[in-house]
Design a protein around this ligand. Structure first.
Ligand code: FAD
Length: 393
């Protein structure tokens, strides 16, 4: 193990590790391997996010929980991330009449979630990697093909479309829910895989800051539960809220004009209309298309001593439990704790990783699916129960 200046204190022979995907899990995995003195090659399909003005991708901000914090603490970054994160101490439920009810997550010990910017977190992780001369970053390299037995990979570079080859002792797929590394694993005998799309899609809107201030109390995860639909909002550093509207695709399809949209919002989310602003609501709603959500389960997560998948590549889940990233980061914690055991071979480490991880990963995918119903439906009931209780106090 190393300190943050990169002096390796690793008792095992350094490996050449190729990390595919420089998202949140990939950049954390790169850092974790580099701290142990391995030669890391980080391959990312997109340009360097630190130079990108507009970040294409899912969810502008995320709820960071204990799992993610622990993984960040292990690479010395927890405090840096928390310094700019916004604590969310509970849910603030908005009923259809605009009444708000607070449900604190943990009234006893004050534990809470933190809202963090995806881009910011990715930048912190990539910047921390700059301290390590043994991390080699290759942006705009898309993995096209991988041969695990030979440890050989083929990438297409952007924008030249030039084909580049490389090889590695260990290939770690952190390439997200539609992982190319996993696609190759699926061909191996004994690899089980299932995926499920839900009928709901999501679209992101924004409640901007007003006069430089938040328009709603910022230390909450705001939820507008509406049976079949749901809207949530998480606070951002710039005092805006990122709003995620989730509903069945068939409902999205019924909203074709500005009038349809305003009628829909006035009916279901009337209190949010003045916060978002009519013009902005119309602009943001029609500028993007609702995105699909998929849940992925597989077993095993490795191929011999040669390849492994982590994060969404191994266990993408619907976002309603706020644990996708947190679970992906926890993968790194577990994997690298196994790498700390000097008597285990790489093959044994990967096998143990699968065995120690798959049940928990499958369970959290199921819990996320359960919370999909809970958040849009049960929270509504809970809010009534809670209000009744408040009325009696
Ligand atoms: P990704 O973030 O998908 O990153 C994969 C990376 O691999 C990308 O940079 C991609 O460009 C790159 N890549 C893909 N293919 C290739 C290739 N062939 N070659 C090279 N590179 C490639 N999780 C939480 O914990 N809390 C939340 O609050 C939360 N909210 C969410 C809200 C929404 C709406 C959604 C959709 C998800 C949410 N999640 C949340 C889940 C979280 O976003 C994911 O679990 C997390 O991003 C997974 O990280 P990852 O690095 O495994 O994959």
């Amino acid at each position: 193990l190393t300190t943050n200046n990169g002096n390796a204190l690793n008792s095992r022979a350094p490996l050449k590790v190729a990390i595919i995907g420089g998202g949140l899990v990939g950049s954390l995995a790169a850092l974790s391997f580099a701290r142990r003195g391995h030669e890391v090659h980080l391959y990312e399909y997109r340009e360097d996010i630190r130079r990108a003005e507009l970040v294409q991708g899912r969810s502008i901000n995320l709820a960071l929980s204990q799992r993610g914090r622990k993984a960040l603490a292990e690479v010395g970054l927890e405090q840096e991330v928390l310094a700019t994160a916004i604590p969310m101490r509970g849910r603030m439920l908005h009923d259809i009449k605009g009444n708000r009810t607070v449900v604190i997550y943990d009234p006893c010990t004050n534990q809470c979630l933190y809202s963090v910017g995806r881009k910011y977190l990715n930048e912190v992780l990539l910047n921390a990697g700059e301290k390590f001369p043994n991390i080699h970053r290759h942006f705009e390299h898309k993995l096209n093909y991988v041969n695990f037995n030979e440890g050989r990979m083929e990438f297409k570079r952007a924008p030249s479309k030039e084909i580049v080859e490389d090889n590695a002792d260990l290939i770690v797929g952190c390439d997200g829910a539609f992982s190319t590394v996993r696609q190759q694993m699926v061909r191996a005998p004994g690899f089980n895989y299932s995926q499920e799309y839900i009928e709901h899609g999501y679209l992101e809107l924004c409640i901007p800051a007003k006069d430089g201030e938040f328009q709603m109390p910022e230390n909450y995860l705001h939820i507008w539960p509406r049976d079949e639909f749901m809207m949530i909002a998480l606070p951002n550093q710039d005092k805006s809220f990122t709003v995620t509207l989730s509903m069945p695709f068939k409902v999205f399809k019924t909203i074709r004009s500005s009038e349809d949209l305003l009628n829909f919002f006035h009916k279901y989310y009337a209190d949010a209309v003045p916060l978002i602003g009519k013009e902005r609501l119309i602009k943001d709603f029609f500028k993007s298309r609702p995105q699909h959500l998929v849940s992925v389960k597989c077993y095993p997560y490795h191929y011999g001593s040669k390849a492994l998948i982590l994060g969404d590549a191994a266990h993408a889940m619907v976002p309603y439990y706020g644990q996708g990233l947190n679970a992906g980061m926890e993968d790194c914690t577990l994997l690298l704790s196994l790498f700390n055991q000097p008597n285990l071979s790489t093959a044994e480490i990967l096998e143990q990783f699968t065995e120690l991880r798959w049940r928990d990963a499958h369970a959290i995918c199921d819990l996320a699916m359960y919370n999909y119903v809970e958040m849009r439906d049960l929270t509504k009931r809970l809010s009534f129960r809670w209000r009744k209780w408040l009325d009696t106090q």
